[in-house]
Write a protein that binds this ligand. Structure first.
Ligand SMILES: NC(=O)c1ccc[n+]([C@@H]2O[C@H](COP(=O)([O-])OP(=O)(O)OC[C@H]3O[C@@H](n4cnc5c(N)ncnc54)[C@H](OP(=O)(O)O)[C@@H]3O)[C@@H](O)[C@H]2O)c1
Length: 353
């Protein structure tokens, strides 16, 4: 029996995780947290709002599923890695903002870090046990979001409602907007860099509109391995919670006979500049991935509130990155300061966007 704590239990990933746990007699939900929604009675220990670390101390879980959205998930990620407790990580923002600190905590703690993001779960499964020298690159797939095929001009007036209509995945609002700008793929490139220890020039992105191919691995002999499945987050959640076992899920097998079309196309960097901005922030390193993340969170919030047009998201992030410092971050206190300062700069940039 594995004792599971789910942070962000009221969200899209949190609710699907609860389904996975309910279905599996070897998983026990011992603790759950949310930001603001009531979750009384879903687990023996629950907490709404505040820092979930006390909850985790009391619950003593075998695995923590961090499904909080945004920078708010950083402390739980670091706490779990530091203690060597297995971490099933959906909260990609914590690995983006606190990548170096998280790697150091992971190394000290010695536990397992199992990605829940479908692309990274796919890479994790393809790369496991493989000599790193044989891996030439990983290829993350992107659906392209609801605005795939549009040019920059056509994106000027899109509304939050348009952006929230994702073609293949049903997710929380922040990641859905990130998918529409392709900032999500940018966050994922940085996440892959830290998870798999690959330099940025060996992390590629390609559009695969149906989200059936989750990621590919290029090997040095010219072959590629792909991970396929219908888009259903319960699969990578189940894999992360039951790893190293692989338990059944309710997700149907792919129907190849029905004529599965696997199309790929390049990213339009001109229409979707957020991916390039994230990649550059990752390459420059230091505090810039944290600055990118903070500015993006502010800009997406403003877009969803109707205070910022869609192209303004890029402008706010670009201006904040230009004004933000990039020095390495020594500890969590410094990181929190960098995050707060970037949010302040992004709020200022909102006025001019
Ligand atoms: N949804 C997906 O399919 C998917 C796929 C891959 C990766 N992810 C990643 O998984 C994470 C969660 O995404 P989601 O789509 O599940 O988001 P979501 O539906 O918006 O849920 C977010 C969860 O975080 C909680 N939360 C928000 N602010 C918090 C705070 N300050 N302190 C503590 N808890 C807080 C929310 O609680 P309240 O609602 O109660 O405030 C909610 O339970 C994100 O990092 C996302 O990038 C999601």
């Amino acid at each position: 029996m594995k004792r599971v704590a789910v942070l962000g239990a009221s969200g899209s990933i949190g609710r699907q995780a609860r389904e996975v746990i309910d279905r599996n007699p070897d998983l026990e939900l011992v603790a759950a947290s949310s930001g603001s929604q009531p979750i009384d009675g879903i687990a023996p220990l629950t907490q709404v709002g505040g820092d979930p670390v006390d909850l985790l101390e009391e619950a003593e879980p075998d695995v923590v599923l961090n499904a909080v959205v945004g920078f708010a998930g950083v402390c739980a990620t670091l706490w779990t890695l530091e203690r060597g407790i297995d971490l099933a990580l959906a909260n990609k923002e914590s690995l983006v903002a606190a990548g170096e600190l998280a790697l150091a905590a992971w190394k000290r703690g010695g536990g397992r870090l199992i990605p829940v993001d479908s692309e990274h779960s796919a890479v994790f499964q393809c790369i496991e046990g493989r000599d790193p020298q044989t891996v030439e690159a990983v290829v993350l797939t992107a659906s392209g979001g609801p605005f795939r095929g549009r040019n920059r001009l056509e994106l000027a007036d899109v509304t939050p409602e348009d952006a929230l209509a994702h073609p293949t995945w049903s997710m929380g609002p922040k990641i859905t907007v990130d998918s529409a700008t392709l900032a999500n793929k940018g966050l994922e490139v940085i996440e892959a860099h830290f998870l798999f220890g690959l330099p940025y020039d060996r992390i590629e992105v390609v559009i695969q509109p149906t989200s059936v191919v989750h990621a590919l691995l290029r090997l040095r002999d010219g072959s590629s391995l792909a991970h396929l499945g219908y888009p259903d987050m319960r699969v990578p959640i189940s894999y992360a919670l039951t790893y190293p076992e692989r338990e059944p899920t309710d997700t149907p097998q792919l129907d190849f006979a029905a004529g599965l079309v696997l199309e790929f196309e390049p990213v339009d960097d001109e229409a979707f500049p957020m991916l390039g901005l994230a990649r550059r922030a990752g390459e420059q390193g230091g505090s810039l991935p944290c600055v990118f993340n903070a500015a993006n969170e502010i800009a997406v919030g403003a877009f969803l509130d109707g205070r910022l047009p869609f192209p303004g998201i890029t402008e706010v992030v670009e201006q904040t990155l230009e004004a933000g410092a990039g020095a390495p971050v020594g500890d969590v206190d410094e990181l929190v300061t960098v995050d707060a300062e970037a949010r302040r700069l992004a709020e200022q940039a909102l006025v001019h966007a």
